[in-house]
Design a binder for this molecule. Structure first.
Ligand code: GDD
Length: 357
């Protein structure tokens, strides 16, 4: 079998010998494959462990000194790979080497583009994970199912045709490169899931952190077509904050003049919405905006704005008339509800992610 097996590592010294011994003991893989270990400046001696294998086996070591990142490591490994079929697996013995042949064969045969070692189809399971890890992994999988029809899109054990990688941006980061790959061709990709038994690691510790989960969530949203990110959200929030001043000042002044609630609400909303749109095109979503006024984009903005205004009116009327909350206070939760709807509408509908050519 001719393939390149990429194994990303970050402090896996206790696993290297066990893993490589297991991989090279499987006769069904033949001797035509290479192993590329991409290490991210481990401090526990992982590279030294790998070097000991280099004289006797087809093992290569890439030492990265940039900021540690799983996806970036796999991209570097793929760029250095000799073969057209790439497989990826964790170094911690979570993934069964005996399933490598079943993973690679459909790609070698040309019947599939991506194969996935799946924990969440009949015949697969996860052994030894604490409940919260299992729950997080299942939740990640369910969320991914909203954008691709795969049961285990968060698996780290998969194989693919090397050329697919060219569709992934060099800047892709985080834990879930598989999700990026699955989104490269969407409907056209031939994907097969192969059941595996996933075992929790025995040596070392997981590197998955809260920030990886948040990055994954953002990755899902971005792949779904939105431009939700800390970059756009923080700027949108600041613009919104300024807009609140415009909104509240006009609203309070008008109601103070004895103008009706409905008129004050609509007028202050329109003033604040125009102010926000101008600033968002110039700042928050400037990367999605050419700098010129697009009527279609402006009309989409107005549609989101009108929807948000109706929502704000409904929340305001509900708080004032049902709960007898004073208009001075009721306007705040109404504005918050509007801001959330406005942001999501802006990210997904008004300024969606530009599709690659
Ligand atoms: N080069 C590099 N750089 N390797 C990394 C980095 C990094 O920043 N972070 C983790 N790794 C390596 C680990 O050394 C290990 O070989 C593999 O990536 C998986 O990392 P873990 O941190 O052990 O992951 P896990 O066991 O908690 O499992 C989770 O991630 C896997 C990613 O492949 C789960 O979500 C699994 O479903 C998933 O397979």
């Amino acid at each position: 079998m001719q393939f390149s097996l990429i194994i990303p590592t970050l402090n896996e010294a206790g696993n290297i010998d066990l893993l490589l011994t297991s991989i090279f003991s499987h006769d069904n893989l033949g001797d035509q494959f290479e192993v590329i270990i991409v290490d991210d400046s481990s401090t526990d001696g992982t590279p030294d462990k790998v070097r000991k294998w280099q004289n006797t086996h087809n093992v290569h070591l890439i030492e990265r000194h940039a900021r540690p990142d799983l996806t970036a490591s796999i991209l570097d490994g793929t760029a250095a790979a000799k073969y057209e079929v790439i497989a990826v697996m964790d170094a911690d013995l979570s993934h069964p080497p005996e399933r490598l042949a079943s993973l690679i064969q459909p790609i070698l045969d040309g019947t599939h583009d991506i194969t996935i070692g799946s924990r969440y189809i009949a015949g697969g399971d996860t052994i030894g994970w604490p409940f919260y890890r299992l729950w997080l992994s299942r939740a990640g999988g369910w969320l991914a199912r909203t954008i691709c029809d795969v049961n285990d899109a968060t698996s780290g054990f998969f194989a693919f045709r090397k050329e697919l990688i060219k569709n992934i941006t060099e800047n892709a980061r985080g834990y879930k490169i598989l999700l990026e790959l699955l989104m490269t061709g969407r409907e056209q990709l031939r994907v097969k899931e192969i059941p595996i038994h996933f075992h929790n690691r025995l040596h070392g510790s997981s590197k998955l952190s809260l920030s990886h989960h948040l990055t994954y969530l953002q990755q899902l949203i971005t792949l779904a077509g939105g431009t939700v990110s800390f970059y756009t959200a923080s700027r949108f929030a600041m613009v919104g904050f300024l807009g609140v001043f415009v909104d509240v000042l006009i609203f309070q002044w008008m109601t103070g003049q004895g103008i009706s609630l409905a008129t004050a609400h609509i007028s202050s909303f329109i003033a604040a919405a125009s102010f926000n749109y101008a600033l968002n095109t110039k700042w928050s979503f400037r990367l999605q905006h050419s700098g010129h006024l697009h009527w279609s984009q402006f009309s989409r903005f107005l549609i989101v704005g009108i929807f948000a205004m109706l929502l704000r009116g409904a929340v305001l009327a509900w708080l004032v008339y049902t709960w007898n909350i004073s208009t001075e206070w009721a306007i705040f939760p109404a504005i918050i509800a509007t801001a959330i709807v406005n942001y999501l509408g802006s990210a997904f509908y008004v300024f969606p992610r530009t599709k690659p050519a």
